[in-house]
Design a protein around this ligand. Structure first.
Ligand SMILES: *Cc1c(COP(=O)(O)O)cnc(C)c1O
Length: 441
């Protein structure tokens, strides 16, 4: 079987196949050694549908920094989302897909002068600010920009808080900044916030939207044409998580403070929500060290690669064993999982329970789409895993002619993307729950 190694095309799945099948097929070729990703394009489409259904008033501007893989951006552009860009580079990447500048929000409150200048040249005129210096910069380089004031309103619990770096105080600073903007003759059009990435405090959205409403009124009073509320990111995206609670609070608070009759545009900047669950990572065990009651497994991706999310995104990852020669799982033992580099810091899992595994077996990690690939390096000479993007046939028909996607973005070659090559052995180790209970007691 030919192994296709293309990062840039989406493989159309044969009817019985799915992302899991492809993952198994690639492993079972026996010739794959490098770690790799399977990107399930359908998962992104599903997320988009979910967003539209659950928060119909809120238009998503995908936060590019979360995962800037070309296919992710192309699929989202085809679905019609906007984009939250933080730099000239991200703006260029999105523009290069043929996305209209009006669909880009330059959502970095602390911008480089040259990047503001670039945004002006490209017609990207919507941008955020949270301090007075920024207003003077914008006055100099893009006086007609449409400005969104970012306020601080932090979730009590979040995976990555952002308030210590960005956002002005809604009571003590924001009104003054609106006055300064007014005196400079600048054009403020809205209010934004980011409650923190990986927010676990849904009611924070009510507090933040309420604070934004007060500032809307101050802005309107100063004569600004306030017409955009940007509720930022923070939405969960892993398998098994839900945005229901946040959506309920957002919808009811919007109806109270920003009723549809006012015609305010409501936007958000979700990153994690769209990207997290679409990517599954397969890593190969290339070495191990066994001691009496503990195994150390060394895999070919680590914290300098995809698992940088452990350091930067405070992610906790959980491995699923995939045995090349499956045998019944009769016992689990304490194990740790380590990356391939020669740095002692390169540890992926500190302590978990795994069946005894051999060199050549695999560890699979789900929910690896958010804040992983864009930061991954080749430190110590270990390559960043390739991405195999897959889509099922029905979705392909739906997406294939939606700009910027074209027929050329898809391929229907055989190989691991076809179910028939899949031998049906159930290699993902099914761990009997009584075993887990025994050990965890
Ligand atoms: C990182 C970031 C986001 C995305 O946040 P998620 O929690 O991944 O949804 C959105 N907006 C801004 C300004 C960001 O910096």
């Amino acid at each position: 079987m030919r192994l296709v190694e293309l990062d840039d095309q989406i493989h159309i799945l044969e009817p019985q196949a799915d992302a899991q099948t492809v993952l198994r097929n690639i492993i079972e070729t026996g010739i794959q050694e490098d770690a790799f990703y399977v990107l399930d394009v359908g998962d992104i489409v599903k997320k988009h549908k979910e967003w539209k259904i659950k928060m119909p008033r809120v238009e998503p501007f995908y936060a590019v920094k979360c995962n800037d893989s070309l296919i992710v951006l192309e699929v989202l552009a085809a679905l019609g989302t906007g984009f939250d860009c933080a730099s000239k580079g991200e703006i260029n990447k999105v523009l290069s897909l043929g996305v209209d500048p009006s669909r880009i929000l330059f959502a970095n409150p602390a911008k480089l002068k040259s990047h503001i200048h670039h945004a002006a040249n490209q017609g990207v005129d919507l941008m955020t600010f949270d301090n007075e210096c920024e207003l003077h910069k914008v006055k100099n380089f893009f006086p007609s920009a449409r400005l969104i004031l970012r306020i601080r309103c932090d979730s009590t619990i979040s995976q990555c808080p952002l308030g210590m770096k960005f956002g002005c105080d809604p009571l003590t600073e924001a009104p003054h900044l609106l006055e300064v903007a007014n005196s400079l003759g600048l054009n403020v059009v809205g209010i934004s916030f980011h409650v923190g990435s990986g927010c676990q405090d849904p009611p924070v959205f009510e507090r933040a939207i309420t604070a934004a409403r007060n500032l809307f009124d101050i802005g309107l009073h100063l004569g600004f044409n306030m017409n955009i509320l940007d509720i930022g990111g923070g939405f969960p995206g892993n398998k098994g998580t839900s945005i229901d609670k946040i959506a309920e609070i957002v919808n009811s608070t919007l109806d109270l403070h920003f009723p549809p009759s006012e015609g305010i545009n409501i936007i958000a900047e979700p990153g994690r929500f769209y990207a997290a669950s679409a990517f599954t990572l397969a890593t190969n065990i290339h070495s191990k060290r066994d001691s009496v009651n503990n195994s150390m497994y060394y895999i070919n991706d680590g914290v300098y690669g995809s698992f940088n999310c452990i350091l930067y995104d405070h992610a906790v990852v959980s491995p699923q064993p995939f045995m090349v020669n499956p045998k019944p799982v009769t016992k689990l033992q304490p194990a740790s999982v380590w990356g391939p580099t020669c740095d002692g810091l390169d540890q992926v899992v500190d302590n978990c329970l795994l069946p005894p595994l051999d060199i050549g077996d695999w560890l699979i990690f789900e929910d690896m789409g958010a804040y992983t690939l864009p930061v991954a390096s080749q430190f110590n000479g270990f390559p960043v895993p390739k991405v195999h993007a897959v889509i099922d046939e029905a979705l392909w028909l739906l997406l294939k002619d939606r700009h910027p996607l074209t027929e050329e973005h898809f391929t229907m070659d055989s190989g691991p993307y076809w179910a028939e090559s899949w031998n049906q052995t159930d290699s993902i180790a099914q761990i009997p729950s009584f075993l887990l209970n025994d050990i965890l007691d």
